[in-house]
Structure formats: C-alpha cells, structure tokens
Design a protein around this ligand. Structure first.
Ligand code: HEM
Ligand code: HEM
Length: 465
C-alpha cells in the first residue's frame, strides 16, 4: 500500500493522469510482464512451445519459408490499398495506374512494393522448393506438405500472371496474349479453356475483369486456405527436418529450446532485413509501365512474362503440343511423384543426400550448363527435323521425335550416373532433378536476355546499342 502511494511522484504527466483514472499496480516490471504474457500467449497460439535446437540453424531453411510468408503479407496489404484506386475496365485501368502514380500519396511506392514483392515471392518460393528438395524434406511424414507446397507454387504463379495484365499497358496486353494463346494447344479442351480464361475470343474487358477477380479474390482465398494447412502439416510432422551431416545417424539426440525468444527473434530479424530490402528496391526502382495497351500494334519481339521465358524458349525448339502440353504435364507428374517414389535410403535432413550425392549434383549442374546452350545453338542453326522429314506431320517430326530423344537421353543419364558413381536411386534421381532444373534455368535466361527481334538469338548488349 505504502509503495503504491509513492509511485505517482515518480511518473510523468501522462502516467500520472492514467494513474488517476486506473489506480493499481503501476510498477514498470508488472507492465512489462503483462505485455510479455500477452505477446507470448498470442504467439503460442500459432507456434509450438519449443523447437529442436538444430532446426534453428540458418543453413537449414535460409529463412526462405518465413520470407515467403512476409512477402505474401506485404502483397495482401499493398494489394488491398491498390484496390482503392485501381479500376478493372480497359478504358480506366491504365489511367487509374497513372493517377495512382502521380496523384495518390505514396501511390507509386505502394505500386512498387506490390510489384517487386510479387516477383521476389516467385524467386523465394522457387528457392524454398529447392531447399526442401535438397534437404530431403519430402519423405514421410512430410509427403503431403510437398503437394500442398506445389499447389501454393501454382497459386503464386497464377497470381503473378493475372496481376501482370492489370496495368493494361502494351507489355501486359501482349504478354498475356502470348500466355493465353498457349492454352490453345491443350488437346481437346484447349480452345474452350482459352475462351473461358479470356471471357471470349480476344483479350478485352471480360478478360480484365476475370483476371481481376482471380487476382484479388480467388487466389488470395486459396492462399488463405493453403497456408495454414501447410504450417499445420509442419507442426504435425513434429517440426522441420533435423539437419545432420552425411555421416550422422538419423536418430541422434537433440535438445529442445523454447520458441520464444529463440525462433521468434530469428524470424523477426529475417523479416526486418527482407522488408528493408524491398523498401530500398521500391524506392530506387519504379515498377515498369509502358504505353497504354494497343490491340492493333504488337511489339517485336512479343515476350511472355520473364517467369514463362523458359517455356517460350522451349516453344522455339518443340512443336507447341509438346512445348506447352506434353512436357509441362510430364514435369508436373514427376514433381507430384517425388515424395511417393520408393527410395533406397532415407536422407531427410542431409543436404544433397550424401557426400556422393553432392559430387553427382555438381557434375549434373555442370553438364546442364554446358549441354543446354549447345543444344539451343545446334537446334537453331543445324538440327531441323521438320525440314529433314517433310512428309511427316509437325507433331511427330518436331514434337514426338525430339521429345523421345530427350527422354532417352535423360534415362541414359540416370543409368550412367548410377553406374559410374555406384549410387543408390536417391542420389541418381537427385542428379536428374539437378540436370532438369539447370536446363530450365538456362532456357529461362536465354529467353529473357538472348532473344531479340523475331526471337532470333542475340547478345544482350545488341539490345542496348
Ligand atoms: C507461398 C508459398 C510457400 C510458403 C509461404 C511456404 C512456407 C513455409 C514455411 C514458413 C515453412 C517452415 C520454414 C521453412 O522451411 O523455411 C515451410 C516448410 C515446408 N515447405 Fe513451404 N512454403 C511455400 C511453398 C512451398 C513449396 C513450393 C514447397 C514444395 C513443393 C513447399 C514444401 C514445404 C515442406 C515439405 C516444408 C517442411 C520442411 C521441413 O520439414 O524441413 N513449400 N514452408
Ligand atoms: C500472392 C499474392 C500476389 C501476387 C504475387 C501479386 C502480384 C501482382 C503483380 C505482379 C501485379 C502487377 C504489378 C505491376 O506491374 O504493376 C499486381 C497488380 C495488382 N495487384 Fe497483386 N499480387 C498479389 C496479391 C494481391 C492481392 C491480395 C490484391 C488485392 C486484394 C492485389 C491487388 C492488385 C491490384 C489492384 C493490382 C493492379 C495495380 C498495379 O498493377 O499496380 N494483389 N499484383
């Protein structure tokens, strides 16, 4: 009692007024304690009380899953703000972006943050997908979380594609014309699907409102369902995979530490650094905006968005049926099957499975880096199945034949690697994965920087000059 009476003399004016209204224990430690308890119980509604100490190592996750969460939150926040100004009709869309940039307080900055966060999310999710694969975090009990992850990857991709059209500039209009044009090659339902997505034959008002609805309602709803499901699966699997060196036993003992502050503090640091980076990029670089969309004037070259550059590049080498349907479907099935293959060993938590796995992955990456450009150049200047076999339909000469050749080469690669390194099927399949991811990255780089007018091969500096 005595002590409470003495308190007001030590308080500042605001605290004294507050004390006059709510007298009670005002000692600072009690306050802190109360806030801390509130914060802790809030956090522990979502997070486990304790985590395995070794899963805190930065080199296990590189903070990538957490970064993806932060970026999604930023996209939701800035996306909601953009909705107040953006008008999803062709007559007004472009003008509303100009108005946003010139007349709305911090409008340009909000647009920049949304734009760069969207692109960065795609890169971060791709890296997270690689880290999950290479640390073997897809074995039981994490199999289904891999599938949920793939669904989220598709959602993020769709979000980026649908967002791309919204500014309604030349870049957006023609890139989406290319992307939706690709749907035509899906056998049986292609035309129908294209009409459904475009809301008619051509890109127009209906397309814009469909893309806007998908972008601002359907995909956010999907992510809001899938994300908690993803995190719940991580909890149900008993947390993240426990990292270990190739020589360490799976069952080796580990210690648990409290989530607060050990994990939370690390997550806060990653989030703050990421937000600072996005802010810096958004202050320095404006999101691009070309001239208003002109359906009568296509730019040359007409390029798909950068994340589709790999597929657009594939289109230059294979018949569209194979580049846009058979190969993507094959890859999707392969990705879905990854957690369900019968593996010869369980390497969860070991980067690249083993010492031998690391060597094999390095060799596969090197082969991808050397062979893919050679393949692209050879196909551009030497190989021409369509001309060599003029009496055979394009689907076969330019589709089935090169596809079967590639498939045979991949199977051969698997067998040779397995034999040469006397490896198990985990390590050999991993090297095939590295080969294909490496080839895909090279195709994407070629499509973005090494293709000019008429999609001819060029050196990037030819564009600048
Ligand atoms: C929007 C997309 C995504 C978000 C927000 C997200 C978020 C997260 C977070 C926060 C974690 C825990 C921390 C970490 O591993 O960094 C995690 C783990 C995991 N994620 Fe994702 N993820 C996404 C996409 C993916 C994709 C594309 C895949 C794979 C196809 C995937 C598969 C997994 C798996 C298997 C785990 C458990 C890893 C382990 O136990 O070590 N996720 N994810
Ligand atoms: C995973 C989540 C999201 C991603 C990856 C994403 C991505 C994008 C991209 C790449 C653009 C084109 C930006 C540009 O170049 O101008 C865009 C535009 C837009 N987004 Fe999102 N977005 C997401 C979520 C949202 C949400 C949740 C909303 C609103 C509820 C939203 C509203 C908008 C609006 C109104 C535009 C048009 C304004 C503009 O283009 O600057 N977005 N989005």
């Amino acid at each position: 009692m005595q002590e409470n009476k003495a308190i007001p003399n030590r308080l500042n004016l605001f605290q004294r007024i507050r004390y006059s209204i709510f007298p009670g224990t005002l000692q600072r430690p009690a306050y802190r304690e109360r806030y801390r308890n509130f914060f802790n119980s809030l956090v522990l509604h979502f997070r486990p009380r304790s985590v395995e100490e070794r899963t805190l190592r930065f080199t296990l996750t590189w903070g990538l899953g957490g970064m993806a969460v932060v970026l999604v939150c930023m996209l939701f926040g800035t996306g909601l703000m953009l909705k107040f100004v953006y008008q999803p009709v062709p007559d007004r869309a472009y003008e509303s972006i100009i108005h946003l940039q010139n007349n709305v307080f911090f409008g340009q900055l909000i647009r920049n943050i949304h734009h760069w966060s969207g692109y960065m999310l795609l890169v971060i999710v791709f890296l997270h997908f690689l880290r999950v694969f290479f640390t073997g975090a897809f074995y039981p009990p994490r199999q289904f979380n891999w599938i949920i992850g793939l669904a989220m990857f598709l959602a993020v991709l769709t979000s980026n594609i649908t967002g791309y059209l919204l500014p309604w500039d030349q870049l957006a209009f023609w890139a989406i014309t290319i992307c939706t044009g690709m749907l035509e090659y899906i056998p049986g339902i292609g035309q129908w699907l294209q009409g459904l997505v475009r809301g008619g034959g051509d890109i127009g008002p209906a397309t814009l409102s469909i893309f806007f609805a998908i972008h601002t309602a359907v995909i956010p709803a999907c992510l809001l369902i899938l994300m908690p499901f993803h995190f719940w699966r991580v909890r149900k699997a008993g947390g993240l995979v426990i990292p270990r060196t190739p020589d360490e036993d799976e069952g080796s003992e580990d210690e648990k530490v409290p989530t607060i502050p050990n994990l939370i503090l690390r997550e806060i640091v990653v989030a703050v650094v990421l937000i600072a980076l996005i802010m810096a990029i958004s202050v320095l670089f404006n999101a691009p905006l070309g001239a208003k969309a002109n359906p009568g004037l296509s730019p040359n070259p007409t390029k798909a968005p950068w994340y589709f550059a790999g597929i657009q590049e594939l289109l230059l080498h294979f018949h569209p049926l194979f580049a846009l349907f058979v190969i993507p479907v094959f890859i999707l099935i392969a990705l879905i099957s990854i957690p369900y293959v019968n593996y010869q060993s369980e390497t969860a938590g070991v980067w690249f499975a083993s010492h031998r796995g690391r060597r094999m992955a390095a060799v596969a990456a090197l082969i991808a880096i050397i062979v893919t450009p050679i393949g692209i150049i050879a196909d551009e200047f030497i190989i021409d199945f369509a001309a060599w076999l003029p009496n055979i339909p394009g689907e076969i000469s330019n589709g089935l034949i090169p596809f079967v050749l590639m498939l045979t080469a991949t199977i051969l690669f698997y067998r040779v690697m397995k034999k040469k390194f006397s490896s198990n099927n985990n390590e050999a399949l991993q090297s095939v994965f590295v080969l294909l991811v490496g080839a895909f990255i090279i195709l994407t780089i070629t499509g973005i920087w090494f293709r000019g007018q008429e999609m001819a091969l060029i050196w990037p500096w030819e564009i600048v000059n």
